[in-house]
Design a protein around this ligand. Sequence first.
Ligand SMILES: [Zn+2]
Length: 97
Amino acid sequence: MTKHCCEEMSDLLNEGRIAVVYIASYRKYAMHVNKHKFEKIDYCPWCGTRLPESLQNKYFEELKKLGIYDPVKEAEKIPTEFKDDAWWKSGKYANIL
Ligand SMILES: [Zn+2]
């Protein structure tokens, strides 16, 4: 399970009843605006900690290297490790802190 900045963040994300979401495959914290829109947040609303940088751009870059340009339409081509946080936790990407 992912370790978040504080107990409030962890508990509330697990409950899933709030507008804040954590997208593990991008390491992105966001505010759920509507069905298709997520606004990135940089600080935890509860403890004020600066959240780790989103890997969304890197995620799309890495998929492009695999020939996947539209992850929605080409979802079946996405390797398993890119379906969650396994790819960026793998240590294969040295520039990810
Ligand atoms: Zn927090």
